[in-house]
Design a protein around this ligand. Structure first.
Ligand code: KG4
Ligand code: ZN
Length: 342
C-alpha cells in the first residue's frame, strides 16, 4: 500500500509517499522559516499564502521522487488538525482535489498522531529499532507538550497522561532565544550554544520547570520569565561564555523536567518502553539525558531520526496508511480544526 501524505499545519509545506510498513519512498519538506524569521514567530496569513504558492510543486516532487503517479497511489492522507486554519485549508483542499479527481480514498490525520507514530518510519540509513505497544510517548514540539500512553495506533488507543499548562517546550525554547537575540526558531541555536556552556555557572538564576513534582503536567512559563528577569537585570545581553552558560542552564532545566516526568509516567503505567516525538526531540541534551535516565531504570528508549522528529509529511502518510489498512477513510466534506482530537 502506497499513501501520499500532505502536511501544511504550520510553517512547513510537506509531501511524502510512505507504505503501511513505514518505508519512506519520498519525503519533501519546504520550510518557511526564513519568511517568518523577521517577525520572530509564525505569521498565520503569511504561512497560508506561502503554502498555497508551493503546495503543487511540493506534491509533484514527492511523487516524482517516489517514481509514482497519482493513479498508482492507494490513498491520500492529509493533516486536518491541530494547526493554523488557513494553513490547514491549503493542504486539505489540495488533498480533496487529488482524491476527487483520482477517485482515491481521502484520509484525515491528526498531526499529533503523526508525531507519535513517526518512530516507525524506516528511512534509508536510519536505525531499524521499533517499539512494541504499549509505550509511553513524550511529544514535545513548538505547539504541544504532553505525555501519552499509547496502546496502539488508533485514536481510541492513545490516552493523554498530562500536558503543559502554559507554553509548549519548543515555544519556551523559541521565546528564550528571542529574549537572548538568537533569532527564530530558537531550539536548534540554544541546543548548539548549550553544548558549550556550563549550567552550574548560571543555574542560580533559574527555577525548575515544573508544575507539581508528582504531577504529569508541565509548566515552562516561569522558567521563561526567570530568563527574562535575568536578562533585564543586566545592562547588556549575555554574550560569549555567559550566554552559553545561560543556554545550558535553561536547556538543563527543561530537559530535567521532561526526563523526570517521562520516567515517572513509564513507571506509573508499568510500561518498559518510552518513545519521543516532535521537534524538541531533536534536542541533543534531551536525547542523551532520556537515554541515560531510562537505561538506569531498565526502560528502553526509542527516538526517531532527526528528519522524523521535526514536521514532515512522511509521518502523516504513515498514520494515514494505518487508518486505510484498518478499513477507514473520510468523505470529501472533511473539515480542518485548530484543536487535536486526542
Ligand atoms: O514538531 P515541530 O517541527 O513543529 C511543531 O509541530 O510545532 O517543532 C518545532 C519546534 C520549534 O519550537 C523548535 O525551536 C524546536 O521544535 N526544536 C528544537 C530543536 N530543534 C527544533 N528545540 C530544542 N532543540 C532542538 N535541537
Ligand atoms: Zn509538529
Amino acid at each position: 500500500m502506497r499513501v501520499l501524505g500532505i502536511e501544511t499545519s504550520c510553517d512547513e509545506t510537506a509531501a511524502a509517499v510512505v507504505t503501511e510498513q513505514g518505508d519512506v519512498l519520498s519525503d519533501v519538506v519546504r520550510s518557511q522559516v526564513e519568511l517568518h524569521a523577521p517577525y520572530g514567530g509564525v505569521v498565520p496569513e503569511v504561512a497560508a499564502r506561502d503554502h498555497a504558492r508551493v503546495i503543487v510543486p511540493v506534491v509533484r516532487e514527492a511523487l516524482r521522487k517516489a517514481d509514482l503517479t497519482v493513479d498508482a497511489l492507494d490513498g491520500i492522507a492529509v493533516t486536518t488538525r491541530p494547526g493554523l486554519l488557513g494553513a490547514l485549508l491549503v493542504g486539505l483542499s489540495t488533498a480533496k482535489g487529488l482524491a476527487w479527481a483520482s477517485g482515491k480514498p481521502l484520509i484525515g490525520v491528526d498531526h499529533l498522531v503523526g508525531h507519535l507514530l513517526a518512530v516507525f518510519l524506516k528511512r534509508e540509513g536510519s536505525e531499524a529499532r521499533m517499539p512494541a505497544f504499549p509505550f509511553v510517548a513524550l511529544l514535545v514540539s513548538g505547539g504541544h507538550t504532553a505525555l501519552y500512553r499509547v496502546d496502539g495506533p488508533s485514536l481510541d488507543q492513545i490516552r493523554e497522561l498530562g500536558a503543559t499548562r502554559d507554553d509548549a517546550a519548543g515555544e519556551a525554547f523559541d521565546k528564550v532565544a528571542k529574549l537572548l537575540g538568537l533569532g527564530y526558531p530558537g531550539g536548534p541555536v540554544v541546543d548548539r550554544l548549550a553544548a558549550q556552556g556550563d549550567a552550574a555557572r548560571a543555574v542560580e538564576a533559574l527555577p525548575k520547570a515544573m508544575a507539581r513534582r508528582d504531577s504529569l503536567e508541565f509548566s515552562f512559563s516561569g522558567l521563561k520569565t526567570a530568563v527574562a528577569r535575568h536578562v533585564a537585570q543586566r545592562s547588556v545581553r549575555p554574550e560569549g561564555q555567559a550566554l552559553h552558560d545561560l543556554c545550558a542552564a535553561f536547556q538543563g532545566a527543561v530537559v530535567d523536567t521532561l526526563v523526570r516526568k517521562t520516567v515517572t509516567a513509564a513507571l506509573r503505567e508499568e510500561v518498559t518502553r518510552v518513545v519521543l516525538g516532535g521537534g524538541v526531540a531533536a534536542n541533543r541534551g534531551l536525547r542523551a539525558r532520556m537515554t541515560e535516565s531510562c537505561a538506569r531504570r531498565g526502560v528502553e528508549v526509542f527516538i526517531p531520526s532527526f528528519a522524523s522528529c521535526t514536521d514532515n509529511a512522511a509521518m502523516i502518510a504513515y498514520a494515514g496508511a494505518l487508518r486505510l489498512a484498518a478499513g477507514e477513510r473520510d468523505s470529501l466534506d472533511l473539515s480542518p480544526a485548530t484543536r487535536t482530537s486526542l
